[in-house]
Design a protein around this ligand. Structure first.
Ligand code: CAA
Length: 246
């Protein structure tokens, strides 16, 4: 798959790599980028060869500095925006991805950029990473899931602190709050993300996908329902194993 204007898509065996590629605009998230990501993720979702996905940003300064503010001036009407969201719901697509998603974060990780990162399952950051939700300071609401994903990761108190004030976190603060799982020197960031992806890809993909599903879906259930889900998924794996031996 190639020919995308704003995202570089590479597939290397069982690992897919997506590079947000508008470095001249700090990889700002544009309508074109939304469409490119939608097309690429739709293809990856049904590609059983892909066992892990790495997201990164091109250039030295940013993973993604948020929504393209220049496009805001020509934003479509609310009716059109709602229609586009119903046919190309990138954020629900992110949520429904069966493979583990790994974000390699450097520089500015703002607005839609942090929202993309929060859909990922593992977040690695270099020490220069800066995280923030500037939306409220711009007079808008985060609308790519941030109000929902952030409290699930930081807890309500930490999420309110970021969202209501626009306060930025550096990599160390993000690590201490549990938003990133590892801080890695800038020059090793991509290599470490790649190693992590290769490591996950070396495990049984059925187990990995079901483990992800149990965690992500279980979080929105009562403990009782979550235990049921875990039991059903474990039983499904046993069935798959049994039938593959026949
Ligand atoms: N949209 C479009 N272009 C952007 C951009 C954005 N979000 N962020 C940076 N750029 C462009 C700049 O316009 C500049 O382009 P030119 O060279 O053509 O002028 C280039 O990227 C480099 O940026 P700066 O010169 O500003 O770099 P800096 O190091 O001085 O500052 C920064 C970096 C603090 C991140 C600053 O660029 C900035 O504040 N950017 C905007 C951040 C922001 O508010 N993002 C939107 C959040 S809202 C959102 O994402 C949610 C939503 O759905 C609406």
């Amino acid at each position: 798959m190639s020919g995308f204007e704003t995202v570089i898509y590479e597939k290397d065996g069982s690992v897919a790599r997506l590079t947000l590629n508008r470095p001249q605009a700090l990889n700002a998230f544009s309508v074109r980028m939304r469409d490119d990501l939608f097309e690429i993720l739709s293809a990856i979702k049904t590609d059983d060869e892909v066992r892990a996905v790495v997201f990164k940003g091109a250039g030295d300064k940013a993973f993604c500095a948020g929504a393209d503010l220049k496009e805001f001036l020509s934003a479509p009407s609310a009716v059109k925006a709602r229609h586009i969201r119903s046919v190309r719901d990138l954020w629900r697509l992110f949520l429904s991805m069966p493979q583990p998603l790994i974000a390699a974060l450097h520089g500015y990780v703002l607005g839609s950029g942090i929202e993309i990162a929060l859909y990922c399952d593992l977040r690695l950051a270099s020490p220069d990473a800066i995280f923030g939700f500037p939306e409220v300071t711009l007079g808008i609401l985060p609308a790519a899931g941030g109000t929902q994903t952030l409290p699930r990761i930081l807890g309500l108190s930490g999420a309110l602190d970021m969202l209501l004030t626009g306060r930025r976190l550096n990599a160390q603060e993000a690590f201490l709050k549990g938003m990133v799982s590892r801080i890695v020197p800038r020059e090793e960031l991509l290599q470490k993300a790649e190693e992590l992806a290769q490591n996950i890809a070396s495990f049984d993909p059925v187990v990995v996908r079901n483990a992800k599903q149990a965690l992500i879906h279980g979080l929105d259930m009562t403990l009782d329902q979550g235990l049921d889900l875990e039991w059903r998924l474990a039983a499904k794996i046993k069935e798959i194993r049994k039938s593959s031996k026949i």
